[in-house]
Design a protein around this ligand. Structure first.
Ligand SMILES: [Zn+2]
Length: 329
């Protein structure tokens, strides 16, 4: 039995037809964790749909109304890059419910993994890049509303920049605060770049490939713009640096780790060169830091487009194994 919970539902499946996003990965991750005896039935908890009230903590009433009535414009649906259906809306409400449940369990057990979620390209008023609803932001706002936490930090290791996350939490700054763009400072190096900006109650870190989607990257509290093709050791050094820097500046009561599988060298939508082993070391590094500082961590999965879907599944399963290794010790 694992010393933490895995949040999962068969209904995480996204009904998007034939698509580069492997919607079947959620069930395959669940099945592989069970088949390899990493997890047993009692390790899983089943989420409920987030309420509309939860979704509205992050998203605008106009956008929620469009989703619930099927009245997105063709260009809005195109920007989301997944085909609208009422069933898809339900799946995203469920993934948000899953991230809320994972955040609640993380406070109890130090760590919890939502075997889904991580839809970091969703904005308050529109969806983008396969993301309709920002489940992680919804979970943070719900935990704050319930007085479970005051502050949180997102650590986004998907290969793509967390543009929705940055936009959502930049929007909470009070009018007197400097905008992220004006407060940003840059630490350059021949091989990459860190940008920093002021944070309010949620500190956002994004470690991503610079030359990749999205073209417009609103400022996170820390953005690490990585050059194409970097491998395990360089990546881990940048991550270590960003985590240390972030935790020097900010004391979160919850860390939301967005563990994208797409920095993998065989990814179809990524241009970094991490190995399977390097990605597991990445997970271990995040978990070790959270454990050492006694900060609860909730995990979501985000993207993963390996040429072989089984590699994406293995990367996501390894995240659970890494959590077990660090937190069972
Ligand atoms: Zn991605």
């Amino acid at each position: 039995m694992l010393p933490f919970k895995l949040v999962y539902s068969d209904d995480y499946y996204l009904p998007i037809g034939s698509h580069v996003f492997p919607a079947e990965k959620y069930q395959r991750i669940h099945d592989q964790l069970v088949a390899t005896h990493v997890a047993e039935a009692s390790d899983f908890v089943t989420p409920q749909l987030a309420s509309d009230q939860d979704i509205l903590l992050v998203h605008t009433p106009q956008y929620v109304q469009k989703l619930k009535t099927g009245t997105l414009s063709p260009s809005e649906e195109m920007q989301m890059e997944i085909p609208y259906s009422p069933e898809l809306v339900r799946a995203f409400w469920l993934s948000a419910g899953g991230s809320i449940l994972a955040a609640q369990h993380a406070l109890k057990d130090r760590v919890a993994v939502n075997l889904g979620g991580g839809f970091h390209h969703a904005f308050p008023d529109h969806g983008e890049g396969f993301c309709m609803i920002h489940d992680v932001a919804v979970a943070i706002r719900r935990m704050q509303r319930d007085d479970q936490i005051r502050t949180a930090m997102t650590v986004d290791c998907d290969v793509h920049h967390g543009n929705g996350t940055a936009a959502i939490f930049a929007g909470t700054r009070t009018p007197g605060d400097a905008l992220p763009s004006t407060a940003a400072s840059t630490i350059g190096s021949p091989s990459g770049k860190i940008r920093q900006a002021h944070a309010d109650d949620v500190f956002t870190i994004s470690l991503h490939q610079h030359n990749n989607y999205p073209a417009w990257k609103p400022h996170s509290s820390i953005d690490v713009d990585l050059p194409d093709g970097i491998g395990d050791d360089d990546y881990l050094a940048w991550l270590d640096n960003a985590l240390s820097s972030g935790l020097r500046q900010f004391e979160p009561e919850l860390i939301c780790y967005i563990a994208g599988a797409d920095p993998y060298r065989e990814d179809q939508l990524g241009g970094l060169a991490l190995s399977l082993e390097g990605l597991k070391r990445r997970d271990e590094l995040v978990f070790r830091v959270c454990k050492a500082r006694n900060i609860p961590v909730m995990v979501t999965y985000a993207g993963g487009y390996a040429r072989r879907v089984e590699d994406t599944v293995t990367i996501h399963c390894n995240t659970v194994i890494a959590a077990r290794e660090i937190f069972a010790a």
